[in-house]
Design a protein around this ligand. Structure first.
Ligand SMILES: [Zn+2]
Length: 313
């Protein structure tokens, strides 16, 4: 996220900042009742691999942090692919300083979450619409094949009214890479270094605006982990807090809890802007806290036919 996006979160959270854009990330396109995914006992996902793919460090922690924690708790190995260099998200730092501090925070997020590794694609922040989608797609296909990615978490390529080109370009590249990674005629030269065609089978897509929600993840058990993930994006959250304070001051207002020591102010902000939003989403489904997704799983179209006709060989 960046400053403009944050204002909308703040607005949605009732913080009364400048840009009062209603409905952000809390509007659902009409459809059948979503499936509620709850905590599983044990580690049913052991051996499976997910990749979180977002242009910016804070996208995943904010929109899917509780689900990321749940999948890791249940045995997944996780990777983070950060598509942009996050050079535009800071408060009063130079661009060079911004790149460095966000890179350091990205390392902290990976460590705090217990992800296996981070890959930075380093495209310029706010400039992804000027990058070949095919180039991003090929890099993702390489990583999907290398890491044998079973599941991706990313922005919804069909999410409505997304204004940030970094978000929708990343989303489209991810979606295209997921199925073309399985094709033996797509970039076959990669097979000469030992890679194999590989299919991504599950997708959890989140959106800042309206989307067709068909899966709701109960993040009550992982809400504290989510808060620590968001807090690890220290520079970005600090930017949000300081920008809010500036906006409030322009209106002659002040929130004491946002004005104290930075770490405490950030914690209060995370609670007010993000965890409260998750609580409102949860209330729609009878849960304490929840995250919404458009989920795409493996096809079961041939299951009945296979059950009826397949023979052991
Ligand atoms: Zn973002």
């Amino acid at each position: 996220m960046e400053r403009r996006e944050f204002f909308k979160v703040a607005a949605a959270a009732g913080l009364g900042t400048a840009a009062q854009t209603p409905g952000m990330a809390e509007t659902t396109v009409a459809g059948p009742a979503p499936f509620i995914e709850r905590a599983n006992p044990g580690q049913p996902h052991k051996g499976k691999v997910f990749a979180l793919i977002t242009p910016h460090l804070d996208d995943g922690p904010i929109f899917a942090g509780g689900t990321i924690a749940k999948l890791l708790n249940e045995g997944y190995t996780g990777y983070f692919i950060r598509v942009s260099n996050d050079e535009k998200d800071s408060y009063n730092l130079t661009m060079g300083e911004t790149v460095l501090v966000n890179e350091q925070d990205a390392a902290r997020f990976v460590e705090v979450a217990g992800l296996r590794k981070r890959y930075d694609l380093e495209y310029r922040n706010h400039g992804l619409d000027d990058v070949s989608r095919m180039e991003i797609r090929v890099r993702l296909i390489f990583l999907f094949r290398l890491l044998k990615v079973d599941t991706v978490l990313s922005y919804d390529p069909w999410g409505h009214y997304e204004e940030n080109p970094d978000h929708y370009v990343t989303a489209q590249a991810v979606e295209a890479a997921c199925w073309t990674a399985a094709d033996h005629l797509d970039f076959p030269e990669q097979f000469d270094v030992g890679l194999k065609a590989h299919s991504v089978r599950e997708k959890y897509y989140f959106a800042r605006g309206p989307q067709l929600v068909n899966r709701v993840v109960d993040i009550g058990p992982t809400i504290k982990q989510k808060a620590t993930y968001i807090a690890s994006c220290r520079n970005m959250i600090t930017n949000m807090v300081k920008s809010t304070n500036e906006s409030l001051a322009a209106r002659g207002l002040r929130i004491a809890a946002f004005s104290g020591p930075q770490e405490a102010a950030n914690e209060e902000y995370i609670q007010a802007a993000f965890l409260e939003r998750d609580k409102r989403i949860g209330a729609k489904y009878g849960l304490e806290y929840a995250e919404e997704f458009h989920y795409i799983g493996p096809s079961h179209e041939l299951d009945d036919y296979i059950r009826a006709h397949a023979q052991r060989i």
